[in-house]
Each structure stands twice: as structure tokens, then as C-alpha cells.
Design a protein around this ligand. Sequence first.
Ligand SMILES: *[C@@H]1O[C@H](CO)[C@@H](O)[C@H](O)[C@H]1NC(C)=O
Ligand SMILES: *[C@@H]1O[C@H](CO)[C@@H](O)[C@H](O)[C@H]1NC(C)=O
Ligand SMILES: CC(=O)N[C@H]1CO[C@H](CO)[C@@H](O)[C@@H]1O
Ligand SMILES: [Ca+2]
Ligand SMILES: [Ca+2]
Length: 573
Amino acid sequence: MWSLFFVSFGLLVGIGAQPTDKAAKQQNLDWWKTSVIYQIYPRSFKDSNGDGIGDLNGITEKLEHIKDAGADALWLSPIYSSPQKDFGYDISNFTDIAEEYGTLDHFDQLVAKAKKLGVKVLLDFVPNHSSDEHEWFKKSVKRIKPYDEYFVWRDGKIGPKGERLPPNNWLSVFGKSAWEWNEERKQYFYHAFVVGQPDLNYRNPKLRQEMEDVLTFWMKRGVDGFRVDAVNHMFEVANLRDEPRSGKAVPVDDYDFLDHTYTRDLNETYGVVASWQKLLDNFVAQHKTDGKLMILEAYTSIPKSMQFYSVGANPFNFMFIADLNQNSKAIDFKRKIDDWLNAIPEGKVSNWVVGNHDNHRVATRYGEKREDQLTLLSAILPGITVVYNGDEIGMVDRPFTYAETVDPAGCNAGPDRYHLKSRDPERTPYQWDATTSAGFSTSTKTWLPVHDNYKTLNLAAQKKDAVSHYKLFQATTKLKKTPVIQKGRTEVLLAGENVLAVVRRLSGQGTVTLLINFSDKPVKVDAKGWLNIPMKAQIYAASVKSGLKAGAQVKVDDVTLPGAASVILYSRA
Ligand SMILES: *[C@@H]1O[C@H](CO)[C@@H](O)[C@H](O)[C@H]1NC(C)=O
Ligand SMILES: *[C@@H]1O[C@H](CO)[C@@H](O)[C@H](O)[C@H]1NC(C)=O
Ligand SMILES: CC(=O)N[C@H]1CO[C@H](CO)[C@@H](O)[C@@H]1O
Ligand SMILES: [Ca+2]
Ligand SMILES: [Ca+2]
């Protein structure tokens, strides 16, 4: 049924999908418009040499999987030289590879194979901070010019008893003061994240030039763009004002104790982002390459996100992580999606982040019954889908004890609260098959333990099963390549109190409709009456636990949706 259906559906793929003008064909300037970006967490993806840690050669070995899943691009979480205090987000050389991950040659081989497969490669760019083991920081400590000004240094305050105190009350994202005393320089340095991640000083023009050179270095090595880490943390106010209390009931050294009005979302950020975008665009113009994508991580409000579009960049849309969850109702989804789509400036591309390495896995956040909901929703909505490795097979969080915890966010929170902060549960090794360490490593000792459900939950098994999360994922990536999804009109509607509907229509190309049942009980939907979609429709794809079969004909004015089910219908008209 599946393959038959794909044959007929496949006929539609490609109609109108070819760029008409010749120049656009040679230089694909906005290849990301309806793409699927697949995030790889290198430490946990594939270990090629049996040391229990994922590496570049492991990724290269498995690149066909990205292609097979139907993703257009991969984004690598940091692979740079690093003492790994924050697992790669503490970088000691922005233009070299971490020893345990491989070498620049291995990187070049990875990029070459990806290009051959037609998969774009995005890197994680981490501008806010370096590692305290970076040469710049070592020189900054010694006040060697020009490095002395590369970081955010301040004198301490003198307390009532003559004791030394940090310059102000600012807190680190991972808890406790954001200031660390340096005995050699006799000053405090600011670190928004862990102590080993001193913040870079973007008020220094030389530092800004260095970071632009980093972007150019990687573009010359063939990367297709960057995912920019923690961009809204780039600037802090120069006058170091204390931040106000949030009023939240959390410990005084918890990040959420304060409102971060002076250390986040400063408007100087947009100027720097604009200069990077220009650098990328100039590179593309000069070297006649495909477009370079810059996509920004900023957990912030819609207006502040939209401001990034106005300087030519793309902000991540985190609504499925930050604003919505398994308790949200159909109307909550509709409102949030409408807010975002209505705010996006004309001609800009939206994106939908399903999961990442900083948040619980989507299958855990949304629960067993609803775990496919976001796969279908992100596929039908216009724009880019961003998925985290393992989500395509429905991997779930692994519970950790405090003793097993290695993530600094968890360790800093202590034994009573680590489970609220730790990101280890969503970072366990990828489950390839039922062999040793889930096929991730030949070693039984891996940097994080493998989830013990790997014998049944793994990619190899899901490729064999007639119905699986993986098969469903593949169906949705195919769907994204159809003209109706690439160009069709979008309507986000309710079809009764508990049913969210997304309808995409393109004249002559058909109608694609997603229905999500937000109640756990079956509901009957008159999709004809509520949504005015054509009477003749079939099921294109449905959530795994729904029991609905792809290819089955549907009576559109009388659809029965099983409890918690999500289903995509396709009509030719
Ligand atoms: C970083 O690595 C590069 C190799 O790409 C090397 O040439 C350079 O000297 C290193 N820089 C620092 C500051 O250690
Ligand atoms: C940032 O905001 C301040 C105060 O609102 C304003 O004076 C300044 O011009 C703004 N800077 C930029 C780069 O927009
Ligand atoms: C989603 C994401 O990549 N978050 C990162 C933000 O930055 C901090 C510090 O670099 C990392 O710890 C997070 O993983
Ligand atoms: Ca390894
Ligand atoms: Ca900063």
C-alpha cells in the first residue's frame, strides 16, 4: 500500500519544483526554504574507534542515514577543540577539531561525502564565549594586547567587612554567580554559562574581526551555514547594573531568581548579527556558491525573534519546546502557530524546532500517545523542520541518577534538583540496532549509558517494521518536497473543540490536511463542513499508535479520529 501510494504521490513531486531561471539552478540561494535540518550530537551519534565517544568518522560512516531519512541538511553540534566542560560548547580553538572527534582532514572527508550525497552541512557557531583554555583567554589573563580586552573583565566590589565581592548580582545560566575571580589578573571575568566559558567582549572590534575570520575559515572549508548558539547572550550592559528579582520561588543562586533585562536580548546584538549575515552573503556572491544559512538560537519573545529577520537572519522558533506541551489544547496550538505566522515578515521563511540536545526528547515531552504529533505538524507547516537525532525513531529520555550525571547544568544543581536541569537524559547514544551498545560503539562502556530499551527501539527494527516512527518520518520528509507543501496556502483551523487542523491548498496540486485529536477519546469530525476540503481523500500518513493505515480512503464528512491520533489526508483536488 505504501509503495503504491508513493508511486502515485511521487508523480506530483517535481511538478513546478524545478527552478525556472537558469541562474537559480546553478546557485541555489535559498535551498533551506522547505528543508529538513537534522541535528547531530556528535558525541552520541556513532563511535568509529571503540573509545565509547562518537566522532567525525562515525558521522561520515552514517551519512547515508541522513539522506535515507530525507533530511536536506545536517547541523553538527560543536566539534571544535574543547576541554569538554560543557561538552563542546566550551571551545579552546574555533578553527580546529576536538582530538576525540578527529582531525580537520576527517572533517573535509565528511563534507566531501555529504556534498556527494547532496546533504548540506551546517556548523554550530558559538560566539558568546570561548573556553578558559583558549589561547586568547590565557593571554587576556596576562593582559597581553590586544587580547586583554577580548573578555568581560571587571574589578570586584569591597563588602562591609572589607571582603572581596563580585561586581554585581548577575547569575550564571547554570546557577551561582556569573563572575569568577582570577588571581593572576586580579579581576573578575563574566561567564553567562559555566566557569570554564568566559564571555567574549563584543564591544572590542578586534575580537569581532577574529570571529568573522572564524566564519570565513569554515565557509572556505565548504560549510553551508551556521546555527548560532545563545546569540541573545552576546551583550551585557556596560554599566553592570544589578538585575531585578523575578519573584519566582527558586533558590537565590538559581538563574531564574533574576529577570535578565541587562544580560540578554540587548539591541547591540542585532548589529553584530547583521554584520555576519553580510559576511555570508558577500561570500556567496564572491564564490558563486549556494546560499549560506544562518539560523539563530535565542530563547526570546516573538517581537525580539522577528527583529532578527529584519537584519536578514533566521531565528529559531522554539514554540513546540518552550510554549507548548502534552497538556496544551488545540486552541493553544492554533494561537501560538497563528502568532508566529502572522508575525513573520513577508517573504521570510519560518521554521519549527521539534527537539534538541538541551530539552527532553519529543517522545518524552509529548508522551507515548502523542509522540508523532510534532513530526506531522512540523512537516505540514510552511518552512524548515529542525529535528534532533533519534527523534526520527522516537527515542525517549533515559532516567539518570545523580551519580551518573555529567552535564554541568545537572551537576551544579545538586542531588535534589539535578533532575530539573540535567540534559543527560536526552543525550544518550543513538540506537542503531540491537547489537552491543545499540550499534553506537563496539565498546560496552560509552560516555553516557545507552538506554536499555535499545533492543526493541532501534533504527534497524523500524526499517523492517511495516509501520514505525521512522517510516512515518520518511513519509513526512517526502511530503515536504511536494509543491502543495512548498507553495500552498496555509490555514490553521479548529474542527471542533479538540481537533486542530492544518490545511494546505495549491490550485491544481491538491489539498493536504492534518487533523490532530487533542482528546484521548475518539472523536468524529465533519472535515468537509469545518474545513471545506474535497470529499475524496485518502490517508497519507498517521501517528503510529492510531492504527490508521496509509492509503485508506476516508469519508471526509465523517472522519473518526482515534484518541490522541494525528493524521494527514491527501486529496487530488
Ligand atoms: C587553532 O588551530 C589552527 C588549526 O586550524 C592552528 O593553526 C592555530 O594556531 C590554532 N590557534 C590557536 C589560537 O591555538
Ligand atoms: C538600543 O537602544 C537604546 C535605548 O533604547 C538606543 O538608545 C540605541 O540607539 C539602540 N541601539 C541600537 C543599535 O539600536
Ligand atoms: C540549544 C543549545 O545549543 N543550547 C546551548 C546554549 O549555549 C550553552 C552554552 O554554550 C550550551 O550549554 C547549550 O547547549
Ligand atoms: Ca570515538
Ligand atoms: Ca555575553
